[in-house]
Every structure is written in C-alpha cells, then in structure tokens.
Design a protein around this ligand. Structure first.
Ligand SMILES: *Cc1c(COP(=O)(O)O)cnc(C)c1O
Length: 379
C-alpha cells in the first residue's frame, strides 16, 4: 500500500489501476479449478484493454463477443477464430457477414428470424455457419433486474417451447450447422443454486432435442459468476472450484459433448481500481457530501444498476465520518453511495473505488465533455 500511495499521489486523477498479479492469480485459480476439460471463453465486453487480453490469451481462454468490433478486437489480440463465439440480440447483416468471413466458432443465435438471416448470408458466401441457439430458460438469477438475462420478459434468447416449434425450420436450413444450445442467465450471480436450476433446465431440453433426432456436440452455459463487491480484499478471487463443481455434478452430458463457459466479471472484476481525489466537502442540513473527481462517466455501474463498490480512503486520519459520496457529473444518479463511513476526508485526499475491473472502462464515456480516464498497470 505504501508504494501505491506514492504511485497514486504522483498522478492526475481519476484513473484506472490494474493489479496484473491478481489477474494472473485469478487465471491460475480458474485453470486449476477446471479439471473437467471445459472450454472457457472470456466475455470481452467486461474489459478489453490490451495488457489484460494478452494475459487472458496466454492462459488459453477463448473469447465471447457481442459485436463485430469485439470479434475484431479478439482477432487483433491473437485469439484464434476457432475460439470465438458471437452473441447479441441485434446482430447486423454486416456483423454476421464479417463473422462468417472470419470463420468464428459459433453464433449464439437469439431469434428464429436471425437464424434465417444467418442461413441466407452464409448461403450467399457459399459457407456453412455453426450456430448455437440461445435459450431463455425463464429462471430468475437473483440479481439486479437490469442484469438478469434469462428470465421471462428479458429480450435475450428464445424459449425452449419456441425452439421445439421451429425444429422443422432448423432441419430445412442448409447453410447453418446446429451445434447445440446456449444459455446465459445473468450476471453477478452469487447463489450457486441458480446455476443448479439452470443445469436442470438444460438436461430437460437436451433430452427433448435428442429425442427429436438432433445431435448436440456442444453445450454453452454462459457466464455470470459473481464477485464480492463488499469485501474485495478478503475475497479477491472467486470460488471457481465450487462454480465448476455445480455444473459437473448436475449437468447430464451427452456422450462426447463439449461444454463451454463465458466468464467476464469473475476474471477481471477485482483486478481493477478506479483511483480518485476528493474535490470538495459540502455539508447541508440533511447530507454531508464528499464530491469526487471521478463520476458516472468513469464508472457507470452505480448509476446504471444501483451497484455499489467498496470505497477505500488512503487518508491516515484516525476519526471517521459518514459521507454521501458523489461524482461531479450533472445528474443526480451520479453517486457512489449514501452514508459511507470513511476516515475524515479533506480536499485532495486519494480514494480507491474497488472492484472496477469489469464493466468499468468498457462503459466509460465523455458525457459533460469530460476527459476519458487513463489506465495504469502494476507492471
Ligand atoms: C456479458 C455476457 C457474459 C459474461 O457475463 P459475466 O457476468 O461478466 O460473467 C457471458 N455471456 C454473454 C452472452 C454475455 O452477454
């Protein structure tokens, strides 16, 4: 911490700081927990900074993309096209054409109409595209409603019933090769029973498809494993052992079936910190505001999904106070937390907003014509 203090003090804030040793340790833990030969694709939308992608690639992971540009970023960083999957409810014709040209491993298809469009585009190119069908299993992920993706009413995927209704269509399309089912029920899931429920849905639908004469060489169960935002120092690395064990124990795999995962947050969430300075302190009748130089343009999660990140002050003051910690942006949702207990803070003190490695920088923007926060790395 001592070295970090001088590193941080010497720099203009706000900025992101990445602990690459923690990222490496997380990747090691992931790989040693994966005793089952599962394929893990890193969800690029969580963080696509080059030093981070380089380490993830070195660890042997593939990538999970949600746009044509993400496929391009993956390829530019040396990920093999045979390790790239592409999801997204609104893939454009251009994105589909590009991904077919690049021979990606599989499209995770989110509607029947999209399936027909992929078939048509692949046909024009004289190619055959691998497709997995994304199923909305109608289960609750027990997380914020903005980050559930597999519940009734979510826009993602199609229902199992709808898939069964369209099996004839699937058999009639000659430019797509149906390789299996895809699921992703949401993000920041900390109750592993949710994944057990997912396994049960998977087993049921796979059995029906198998009975209908389909072969399913692949199964993709998505990502969503949560991290500890409240106590990041105590739990810097998620329990990948317990996570994979749930799938190992509850999935009824078909012979020779290969299983794929798509993890984002659990890999990069804890290694990133948003470093900021106290700009102003302002007391009113009701509130005691601590105004930071970092805001929702640097880290959007609190404004977007009422997420909370642990805030650690580098102040050495002995006494503590409660603050309503806010950013400088002209929006009332630009706030990091109410009644947060911190050491007595004065203008210029440095604070760390923890667990900002996932969905931090990839969502940063320049609203209010702000500068984009730069990134620094521990190496
Ligand atoms: C975002 C996303 C993921 C990764 O989710 P995490 O919660 O970061 O693990 C996986 N699959 C798909 C399809 C996604 O959109």
């Amino acid at each position: 911490m001592k070295n970090l203090r001088s590193f941080f003090s010497a720099r203009e804030t706000p900025f992101y700081y990445y602990d690459l040793e923690l990222l490496d340790a997380t990747l090691m833990a992931l790989s040693s927990a994966n005793r089952y030969g599962y394929h893990v694709h890193y969800a690029l939308k969580a963080n696509n900074n080059t030093p981070i992608l380089e380490r993830i690639k070195k660890a042997g992971l593939g990538v999970d993309c949600v746009s044509g540009n993400e496929v391009k970023i993956g390829l530019e960083h040396g990920f093999k096209s045979s390790n790239i999957v592409l999801a997204g409810v609104g893939k454009t014709d251009k994105e589909i054409g590009y991904a077919i040209d690049q021979n990606i491993f599989s499209f995770n298809v989110e509607s029947i109409q999209e399936l027909e469009v992929i078939d048509e585009i692949a046909g024009k190119k004289g190619k055959k595209a691998n497709v997995s069908i994304r199923i909305n299993p109608a289960i609750e992920a027990g997380t914020h409603h903005y980050i559930t993706t597999g519940a009734k009413g979510n826009k993602f995927g199609i229902s199992g019933e709808q898939l069964l209704e369209s099996l004839d269509l699937l058999k009639s399309l000659s430019n797509v090769h149906f390789i299996g089912l895809h699921y992703h029920i949401g993000s920041q899931i900390t109750d592993l029973n949710r994944f057990k429920n997912l396994c049960e849905r998977v087993n049921h639908l796979q059995k029906e498809l198998q009975a209908a004469g389909f072969s399913l060489p692949h199964l993709n169960v998505g990502g969503g494993l949560g991290i500890d935002y409240e106590n990041p120092q105590e739990h810097p690395i998620p329990d990948f052992e317990a996570y994979f064990r749930v799938f190992h124990e509850h999935l009824k795999l078909l012979p020779d079936q290969e299983v794929h995962f798509e993890l984002g947050r659990s890999i990069v969430g804890q290694c990133g910190t948003l470093v900021t300075r106290a700009l102003y302190l302002k007391e009113s009748d009701h509130s005691n505001f601590l105004i930071l130089d970092a805001g929702m343009t640097d880290l959007m999660r609190p404004a977007l999904y009422q997420a909370s990140h642990k805030i650690v002050s580098l102040s050495e003051a002995q006494n503590t106070r409660q603050y309503d910690v806010v950013g400088p942006i002209c929006e009332s949702s630009d706030a990091f937390g109410k009644s947060i207990t911190l050491p007595e803070t004065k203008r210029g003190d440095i604070l760390m907003i923890c667990s900002a490695g996932a969905y931090g920088e990839t969502m940063k923007n320049s609203y209010n014509a702000r500068d984009l926060a730069p990134a620094y790395y521990s190496e």
